[in-house]
Design a protein around this ligand. Sequence first.
Ligand code: SF4
Length: 285
Amino acid sequence: MSQPHTSSANEYSTRLQADCERCFGLCCTALPFAASADFAIDKAAGQPCTNLQADYRCGVHRDLRKLGFKGCTVYDCFGAGQQVSQSTFGGRDWREHPESAQLMFDVFPAMWQLHELLWYMNEALSRPEAAEIHSELQTALAETERLVALDASSLLKLNVPGWRAEVNQLLLRASELVRQNELRRIKGTSGRRKSYGRGADLIGANLKGADLRAANLRGAYLIAANLRNADLRSADLIGVDFRDADLSGADLSSSLYLSQAQMNSAKGDASTRIPPTLTRPAHWS
Ligand code: SF4
């Protein structure tokens, strides 16, 4: 399995994107959801969604938002679905092999968490500003790849939260290095910078045109915030809740730890600048 370095980060990130064609509809089956603004129905974990077809395609794919399944258009498995389906279970379909269905559904969330870590580490490895810890990141990434390749029973025994906490220390250091570099670069070009604490409550905030370069916005709640034309280059966006935030015209081209799911949950437009590893959501006009 190839490991990322700066020149191949984009290639590696492709592996960490959902490939529904190679997945047995795991997010539509293994995960629970409750009727809400994001889902039109209740569904228990392990129960196939009523819209999931026999070929594991979604029967209402084209009309998800219109039919009240916005949450399905936001979700991203970081490629965990195809990894579990094709690798961990060797292409054994849970419908044809119902005896392994529960195990497959139980493994999927653990795999999702490991793949999410791979995504973040790949990003940190793609940033030359964090070069001094690239060797440690490569080691952590190789170990995560080893865990990803374990058999199903071994995966279920893993202390995934413990491993995530360890890797997070590296991700934090990479963030510091990237943001300090950006701050040095822009020194003297902007006035006093406002700092936001971890998990800052910025719900509905008006940050139109705000200079948020190198900001630490980890875990911030930016639900329905106005971020039109905001500058978020080199800002740490890990875990930020962007639901219904307006990113029209914003610059996220070099934001750190931004995920496809975060973008999918936000609003944006053709002028929003996004990182090369992500795809412009279909609902952004
Ligand atoms: S509505 Fe479609 S995408 Fe959403 S869970 Fe059901 S089958 Fe999957």
